[in-house]
Ligand binder design. Structure first.
Ligand SMILES: *[C@@H]1O[C@H](CO)[C@@H](O)[C@H](O)[C@H]1NC(C)=O
Ligand SMILES: *[C@@H]1O[C@H](CO)[C@@H](O)[C@H](O)[C@H]1NC(C)=O
Ligand SMILES: *[C@@H]1O[C@H](CO)[C@@H](O)[C@H](O)[C@H]1NC(C)=O
Ligand SMILES: *[C@@H]1O[C@H](CO)[C@@H](O)[C@H](O)[C@H]1NC(C)=O
Ligand SMILES: *[C@@H]1O[C@H](CO)[C@@H](O)[C@H](O)[C@H]1NC(C)=O
Ligand SMILES: CC(=O)N[C@H]1CO[C@H](CO)[C@@H](O)[C@@H]1O
Length: 638
């Protein structure tokens, strides 16, 4: 009984998502426009409104030129992929026609390939286009995530697959059943649990040669980019691929490998809804309200709530190709991080914790469930966990754009960070920290804020990663184990480094360092200025501040393209954050206020230089491991 209810909720969510996630691949021809109340406008509406029922009545393909005369005549075509059920086909064409009417309000010509429960096609024009190859305008869409594979190998697989499919799709032989349909679907294995699924389709009015040409052009248009999913289309043909089977073409057939068990956690679905925007967050609020209401009337559901955060190891292994090297994103402080792809197509990041953590399984589950409740647009979302045998794994939302350090300190990428983007990253990061310190139910001290822990999403919005690890790994919250300082060289506040004392003010210190790095484009940890006796970026910034030349600090990559008062204010705030005395540093709420309101007068910063620091520097320098990312684990304070 309970299973049925849960299942129906899941179905409801899936339906909800398929309704809201209709992606349209339509192109309005910007070469000609008609008048709003013309005869042509009227005829177009008539022909598009009846297209769905006409295609349904004509076995999945229909063309029409019977409406209007002369300059008012409208030519239209509609079709679904081979074998689509008539009602599914007509539903798809309704969506397609609606989108053409809505998105191409006055264009004389347009087409669309609409993936809605199947793939369907609609096109109209004021001149006859039947039997004619048309490769304008182009529609192309792909995600920005590359297929992770050996490139030589991938190119070979891709070429074999697409050539095979073009031949298949454009041959008369594939023209089957009731009418000629140039159609092919195919799969090419990449690894034991990854395969490229692809579809090719031409409109049936073309001849074989034109279909062949059209598909060849679509494949070469996409070129050597190899992203995980995408679509390239023209008015005459369409090429679509994905690492997973997609609706319509593969009818959501069981996945190619038996090891890849289907298991879509509810939270992922909710997460997708949330990620889709403000409108959808309202919807998800409804969903959450539904779930919560159900929980109240149905107490045993509470237990399965923790379970819904739990992933089986099988699912994680399938998603990451059993933690393959090609899926590895990096080595974090607490274990390796992998990119994963779930079967519903959603992307995750998986942190496989090092086995040494002595944490008990129940504690781990409880703490992770608590940390998973922390949700903010400037935090990387925790989706769940997996514990089986020796494994302890955290599952995170996948953030596409890599980490801040990879932009900030890479000569080839620095140019992408103009001042408005850097400013947005500073403010967003501060908001994330404010949430952790003040607004979240747990009041978390991050303890390891640094550029590599700030991830950037597709809009370059920063998301703080790796928070709550002290809780999850059961490190004492109020005082560091005096033998173990967790943190990264260059970002650790003096009192933490020297005495193992940490507080929210140590995070504020790290934030200050981060801001100086964002402004200067230089790392605090391996900062070298030949003419400067100060050993690091903080003292360098302080020196320029005192000399009245703060703008000397600014990354030369920015040239003169920044607002100097905004930059100076940020440097000022950063210097307040790195003051030696933790009491003097602002808290994160003040940091946000100072960043966002110019009417607040900033206090005069005190020196960041810790008297004992100089003598400590040789020791810090001798910390083994990589300069950039090493965790200082075993500095024993004197
Ligand atoms: C179709 O419309 C375009 C502009 O809207 C016009 O230039 C062209 O002459 C029209 N063609 C026909 C056959 O009516
Ligand atoms: C087409 O419609 C858009 C808005 O719907 C309008 O801005 C544009 O001027 C129109 N173009 C012509 C040529 O009528
Ligand atoms: C768009 O316009 C171009 C050039 O006029 C033409 O070749 C093409 O067939 C048109 N596409 C559609 C969808 O009508
Ligand atoms: C990539 O694959 C090709 C062919 O399968 C192989 O010859 C080559 O050594 C591989 N390269 C790497 C870096 O693994
Ligand atoms: C692809 O992989 C699946 C499952 O691993 C296997 O059943 C199938 O035969 C493979 N196909 C090819 C062409 O190797
Ligand atoms: C199925 C169908 O209606 N086919 C027509 C499409 O248009 C061409 C050109 O006008 C006709 O010859 C077909 O009969």
């Amino acid at each position: 009984m309970r299973m049925t209810k849960k299942f129906s909720l899941l179905v409801f969510l899936v339906v909800l998502i398929s309704i809201i996630a209709v992606v349209s691949s339509q192109q309005c021809n910007e070469t000609g426009f008609f008048e709003p109340r013309s005869k042509y406008a009227e005829n177009r509406l008539i022909i598009l409104s009846s297209l769905a029922s006409n295609v349904k009545a004509h076995n999945g393909f229909y063309n029409d030129s019977s409406i209007g005369q002369g300059t008012d005549q409208v030519f239209a075509m509609g079709m679904c992929i081979e074998g689509t059920e008539p009602t599914v086909c007509s539903d798809c064409l309704k969506v397609a026609a609606d989108q053409l009417i809505e998105n191409c309000p006055n264009q004389t010509e347009a087409y669309t390939w609409t993936p809605h429960k199947t793939l369907c096609f609609a096109r109209y024009s004021n001149s006859s286009f039947f039997n004619r190859l048309a490769t304008h305008p182009l529609y192309m869409e792909h995600n920005n995530v590359d297929i992770k594979a050996n490139l030589t190998y991938l190119n070979a697989i891709w070429e074999t697959l697409t050539n095979r499919m073009i031949t298949e799709a454009s041959s008369e032989y594939s023209a089957s059943l009731s009418s000629r349909r140039y159609y092919a679907t195919d799969v090419a294995n990449l690894t034991t649990c990854q395969a490229i699924h692809a579809l090719m389709l031409c409109t049936p009015d073309l001849n074989t040669d034109d279909c062949h040409k059209c598909l060849g052009k679509a494949v070469s248009e996409y070129g050597n980019l190899k992203t995980q999913r995408g679509i390239v289309a023209w008015p005459s043909c369409c090429f679509r691929w994905d690492l997973y089977p997609f609706i319509g073409a593969f009818n959501l057939a069981p996945p190619s490998s038996p090891g890849c068990k289907k298991n879509i956690p509810m939270r992922i679905i909710v997460a997708i809804v949330v990620a889709t925007g403000v409108f959808f967050s309202v919807l998800s609020a409804v969903v959450v309200a539904l779930v919560c209401r159900r929980k109240k009337t149905d107490p045993p559901e509470e237990i399965s709530n923790t379970n819904s955060l739990q992933y089986d190891l099988k699912t994680i292994e399938a998603a990451t190709c059993t933690f393959s090297k090609s899926n590895m994103l990096g080595q974090g402080g607490f274990g390796e991080v992998f990119k994963g792809l779930l079967e519903d197509g959603s992307e995750i990041a998986v942190k496989r914790l090092s086995k040494e953590s002595a944490q008990g399984v129940e504690e781990f589950k409880n703490e992770t469930s608590l940390v998973a409740k922390l949700q903010h647009r400037n935090l990387v979302g925790v989706l769940g966990f997996c514990t089986e045998g020796e494994e302890k794994i955290l599952v995170y939302e996948f953030v596409p754009n890599k980490s801040l350090d990879q932009f900030l300190f890479e000569p080839t990428k620095q140019g992408q960070l103009d001042w408005p983007k850097r400013y947005k990253i500073i403010v967003g990061t501060a908001r994330g920290i404010l949430y952790l310190h003040h607004d979240s139910p747990l009041k978390i001290i991050h303890r390891d804020l640094k550029a590599s822990n700030i991830l950037l999403d597709a809009e370059m919005e920063p998301k703080v990663a790796d928070f709550g690890m002290a809780r999850i790994l059961r490190v004492d919250q109020s005082r560091a184990d005096t033998k173990r300082v967790v943190g990264t060289r260059g970002y650790i506040s003096p009192e933490y480094l020297m005495h193992g004392q940490f507080s929210m003010k140590s995070d504020v210190y790290s934030f200050g360092v981060l801001v100086l790095e964002i402004i200067s484009g230089k790392r605090n940890s391996n900062f070298h200025e030949t003419d400067d006796s100060g050993k690091n970026l903080v003292t360098h910034a302080w020196k320029h501040w005192r000399n009245g030349s703060p703008l000397e600090l600014v990354d030369s990559e920015l040239g003169k393209n920044y607002q100097s008062n905004e930059v100076i204010r940020c440097i000022h705030i950063a210097l307040l954050c790195v003051q030696n005395d933790p009491e003097q540093r602002p808290n994160s709420l003040n940091v946000i206020l100072m960043l966002t309101s110019n009417s607040i007068t900033l206090p005069v910063p005190q020196s960041p230089i810790y008297e004992g620091m100089e003598m400590f520097l040789p020791l810090i320098k001798s910390v083994p491991g990589s300069i950039n990312d090493s965790l200082i684990d075993d500095i024993v304070p004197r």
